[in-house]
Ligand binder design. Structure first.
Ligand code: DP6
Length: 322
């Protein structure tokens, strides 16, 4: 009745921002990510006969409310698959700040789905676990697999075909991702809420959606060819187009801080000096810089020297949940 799993976070090269079905957490468009090894969640799930409700603790702190509700959505699907009804105690530990726009929901829901399945003796495929983890958080659909992962939006109304698939294993292209942390605080607008507000009120939302499929195609070609300049160009424009749509929601949604903007300029200045480095930013102030291993030391030094940066975490391409 006890299972343990570890899953890595992932960063989208082509972003997910908008849902075609909020209840089933189905994305409006596909997205493409890289799984990262240094940011991960380790989760233990224990199903216990005397628990009245699921309870969750993250990094030693009880998390009733929204986080537990998300976890219960995943646990309900695992219970249904196993024909079980016991409630669970979930103990989750992150190797990085939780809830700060660093994809903790992706790694935590992916680890939870695998740990809960194992606790109840289920041997589910990564695709099946991806569908289940998606109900807790969309980006978690991409965190079961290692390497470079495509999450298709699918066509089925029940969402069973909206799962992550590995495009390339980590060995295909051992790029580095340097995460420049700007602010340790938890964000005040969740991705779910931000997406909903953007879809409802941004005049740029339709344009954002139109941009995704061409970017997905271009990113897949660049990945297959290991063309960093081509991939970096798509990654930056997907990021900026998504943020433009968020910023033009009403009220405008701005996750950036002064240091975020400084980091964008720093990455571009490094490029002008001949380094192959590209940025992306998710629903938080941190900046992730993608580069080849040979440029890592120079990029790291430049990010660390940018005012407002508290810490840089270096990641390689990570493996699957296990
Ligand atoms: C900006 O997966 O956290 O990181 O499905 O509502 O839980 P929910 O959202 P979430 O959104 C991630 C948004 C993003 C872009 C991305 O990872 O593709």
């Amino acid at each position: 009745m006890r299972g343990h799993a570890r899953a890595s976070a992932n960063f989208a090269l082509v972003k997910y921002w908008g849902k075609r079905d909020a209840a089933l957490n189905l994305p409006a468009r596909g997205s493409l990510s890289v799984t990262v090894d240094a940011l991960y969640t380790e989760t233990t799930v224990i199903f216990e006969p005397d628990l009245a409700a699921d309870c969750l603790s993250v990094d030693g702190r009880p998390r009733p409310g929204a986080a537990t509700l998300r976890a219960s959505r995943v646990l309900d699907l695992i219970r249904a698959a196993a024909g079980a009804s016991l409630r669970a105690r979930v103990l989750s530990k992150n190797s990085f700040p939780y809830g700060a726009g660093l994809a903790s929901s992706a790694s935590s829901m992916a680890a939870l789905s695998l740990a809960a399945a194992r606790a109840l003796g289920l041997d589910l495929s990564l695709e099946r676990l991806s569908v289940i983890a998606r109900h807790g958080s969309g980006s978690a659909a991409r965190s079961l697999h290692g390497g470079y992962v495509l999450w298709r939006e699918g066509t089925r109304a029940d969402g069973e075909d909206a799962h992550g698939s590995q495009l390339h294993p980590p060995e295909h292209w051992p790029l580095r991702v340097l995460v420049a942390l700007v602010d340790a605080g938890e964000k005040d607008t969740s991705s779910s809420q931000g997406m909903q507000e953007t879809a409802r009120s941004s005049p740029l939302y339709a344009g954002w959606l139109d941009s995704v499929n061409p970017d997905l195609e271009a990113a897949q070609l660049a990945l297959a060819a290991r063309d960093l300049a081509a991939l970096g160009e798509v990654m930056e424009r997907s990021c900026l187009t998504m943020h433009a749509a968020m910023m033009s929601a009403r009220p405008g949604l701005l996750y950036w801080r002064a240091a975020t903007v400084a980091l964008i300029h720093r990455v571009r200045a490094l490029r002008a000096e001949g380094l192959g480095v590209y940025f992306t930013i998710d629903a938080g102030p941190h900046v992730k810089a993608l580069c080849a291993p040979k440029d890592e030391a120079a990029v790291r030094a430049a990010l660390e020297a940018t005012p407002g940066v508290t810490r840089v975490i270096a990641c390689g391409v990570g493996g699957p949940a296990r």
